[in-house]
Design a protein around this ligand. Sequence first.
Ligand code: MG
Length: 250
Amino acid sequence: MPIVLKNQSEMQAMLKSCKISADALNVAEEVIRPGITTKAIDKAIHDYIVRCGAKPSFLGLYGFPASACISVNDVVIHGIPGSYRLQEGDIVSVDVGAYCDGFHGDNAYTFAVGKISAENEQLLRETQAALYKAIEQAVAGNRIGDISHAVEAHVSQFGYGIVRKFVGHGVGRALHEDPEVPNFGKAGHGPRLAEGMTIAIEPMITLKGDGVKTLPDGWTTKTASGKAAAHFEHTIAITSNGPQILTKRG
Ligand code: MG
């Protein structure tokens, strides 16, 4: 599929769905605490998005049964909200999108539940740092590989694993558009970035190893090593003024 460029008014519309997506993470952060179930977090997110007059992008997408993917500790992505109660020391990744006025937003954040281990604290910090290094490369004239390489170069310093099976993506009228945005790759390679492109950059980084396994539920994707994983994501636009983070949290 060709890469879909967005004009100014489409970009404005996307800002709205992206803001709701970002605010939904704030809602998650407000309710995350030891003892809450992941299902209750999902409900808070769902209710917020619907109150905004938007639709949760993930609900029913390819059959996904909830509004947010909520992934705890060694679950990398696509955790199904359920009866698990968060415990002090857990890390919990919340991935959520909202759809309104014809466009999707998409973002994710890994939260600490109370006090977490030093190694998990560093994993969260450096995965987020990798996301911002990647965003710096999202300028017209660069290539997707420049974004990919920025993530890989940053996290490799710490010996972390990079999930290769899942990648970032274009986002717009469809939640998943071209191009793919891998978290590994060669600078100077891949599709050329142009003004009007809107992409979700989303490093999925593990304490150890690149391998993942998906559980029989068809969704829950864990690290093969059993070690923790972090996931940070923004939807960004490539503009004449450089990268613009559309899912910036207020
Ligand atoms: Mg995404």
